[in-house]
Ligand binder design. Structure first.
Ligand SMILES: C[S@@+](CC[C@H](N)C(=O)[O-])C[C@H]1O[C@@H](n2cnc3c(N)ncnc32)[C@H](O)[C@@H]1O
Length: 202
């Protein structure tokens, strides 16, 4: 499955297990750093196998996990069930359609390790805009645009191809073209940054 699915974002396949956990030992710390707060209704967009989704479920009032790959959603569903989390819905579909998929407007949309592969980024930003409550937030966590050889984890170069990586400026430009406004830009060591956008209250 995965990359064979129609509409799959280029270079966004879920990594082989092992090094992801080594790279992200503190997913809660990432979520707090980008401004996720208790009680929020959250969408985890391109949620993969649920490494972040489980931690979102522990913070949020409710989380909707959306991923094109139903097999990965099954892994995430199992992960959350094992942990006793019951405040999550899982939707296997294309992220571009999130405004139609989400059951209700969200306080926060979280998108990690996928924006680099989105062909039409302003289109995705517009879809996020439509899925957010007024003053809602959209956080993107991206690999820095460093050469892949330099971003090693457990002794191997990791992450998307160098040519796919986006600078903060490229990310901000694409999302603001979709109607959201940058609120915060942070470092997410060792190799990522977080760009947080807000929906204007109109
Ligand atoms: C690199 S993984 C990251 C998963 C998760 N966000 C994380 O950081 O642990 C990117 C995910 O994007 C999903 N994906 C790719 N194209 C998609 C699309 N068009 N709509 C929704 N999900 C998509 C893939 O199936 C994969 O699970």
């Amino acid at each position: 499955m995965g990359t064979d699915l129609p509409g799959f974002f280029v270079g966004t396949e879920m990594p082989t297990s092992g090094w992801w956990e080594a790279l992200w030992p503190d997913p809660v710390g990432v979520l707090v750093a980008v401004g996720m707060e208790p009680g929020m209704d959250v969408i985890d967009l391109c949620s993969g196998d649920g490494w972040f989704t489980l931690q979102i479920a522990k913070i949020a009032h409710h989380v909707v996990a959306i991923d094109l790959d139903a097999n990965l959603l099954d892994v995430a569903r199992h992960r959350l069930a094992e942990a006793g989390a019951t405040n999550c819905d899982f939707i296997a579909d294309n992220a571009y359609e999130l405004a139609e998929l989400a059951p209700q407007p969200a306080d926060f949309v979280f998108l990690a390790n996928a924006f680099h592969g989105v062909p039409d980024r302003p289109r995705l930003a517009r879809a996020v805009h439509a899925a957010l409550k007024p003053a809602g937030r959209f956080a993107i966590v991206n690999w820095h645009s460093r050469p892949r050889d330099e971003t090693t984890v457990l002794g191997e170069p990791r992450g998307p191809k160098t040519e796919l990586r986006l600078s903060p400026e490229q990310t901000i430009g694409a999302v603001e073209a979709g109607g959201l406004k940058l609120a915060q830009l942070i470092e997410v060591p060792p190799y990522h940054y977080g760009a947080v956008f807000r929906r204007l209250e109109t």
